[in-house]
Design a protein around this ligand. Structure first.
Ligand code: F6R
Length: 240
């Protein structure tokens, strides 16, 4: 595991955007795994700048990690909306090469199977971007999630609902379930980059990097991945 400690959110974003750019240069038809939340926002805006300066994204395929159950793509807190607003509307990825789990599917189990099949058909994920929850979750794989999980339906942890309430008018409006790629799906990516910024992530980063590999801290499984880089700012690295 490589751990790169940078000064702050902006330098974390610049470092990760550069790594994604290098991946696109090396393999223009890469399959990228994408995350939402506050942490990757700077990366997406820098990647949009790379595109504005001429980088072609048209041969990429993308798979998002997760989506809330019950939020339609046009709901402003859905991850479909987030991705369109913050990234897809600013680059030239082909709409039919963008994949996000459908949290409105009538048969959620079938949707999970369909999503895994789509990843397989695309040849697997070349580079997976991750954030980390303050409880150590990756994607919406909450503490206790088995390492063998593929895309699945998740009951969100209380702490995650509380963390995410800042995006909703009230905590009652935060969905309690989500569809998420599993730990196994993430571990099958050829390369993984985990980003973290801010002191609220320091305990989770420390447990993931230095603690035992345990389902109690889902991100700790990344110690077993052959090609993973943590790009963390000083505040998030403060317990390392
Ligand atoms: C989002 C996701 C989550 C977030 C994590 C951190 O797609 O998979 O695991 O990465 O909850 O969220 P932020 O970046 O908002 O602190």
């Amino acid at each position: 595991m490589n751990v790169v400690v940078v000064a702050n959110f902006d330098s974390m974003s610049a470092e990760v955007a550069k790594m994604v750019f290098a991946q696109i240069v090396r393999k223009p038809d890469s399959v990228l795994g994408l995350a939402t939340g506050s942490t990757p926002l700077g990366v997406y805006s820098l990647l949009a700048e790379y595109h504005a300066r001429g980088t072609d994204f048209s041969r990429l395929t993308t798979f998002n990690l997760d989506e809330y159950v019950g939020l339609a793509p046009d709901h402003p807190q859905s991850y479909h909306w987030y991705m369109r607003e913050n990234f897809f509307s600013k680059v030239n990825i082909k709409p039919d090469r963008i994949f996000i789990p459908n949290g409105m599917a009538e048969d959620l189990e079938a949707e999970c199977l369909r999503y895994d099949e789509l990843i397989k058909q695309a040849g697997g994920i070349d580079l997976q971007l991750l954030g980390i929850g303050s409880n150590g979750h990756i994607g919406f794989n909450e503490p206790g999630t088995e390492f063998g999980t593929t895309t699945h339906i998740v009951d969100l942890a209380e702490s995650t609902i509380r963390d995410n309430a800042r995006f909703f008018e009230s905590i009652d409006q935060v969905p309690t379930r989500a569809l998420s790629m599993g730990i196994k799906s993430i571990m099958q990516a050829k390369e993984v980059i985990l980003m973290a910024s801010g002191g609220s992530k320091a305990d989770a980063v420390c447990a993931a990097v230095k603690g035992p590999v345990t389902t109690a801290v889902p991100a700790s499984v990344l110690q077993l991945h052959p090609c993973v880089t943590f790009v963390v700012d000083q505040a998030a690295a403060s317990r390392l």
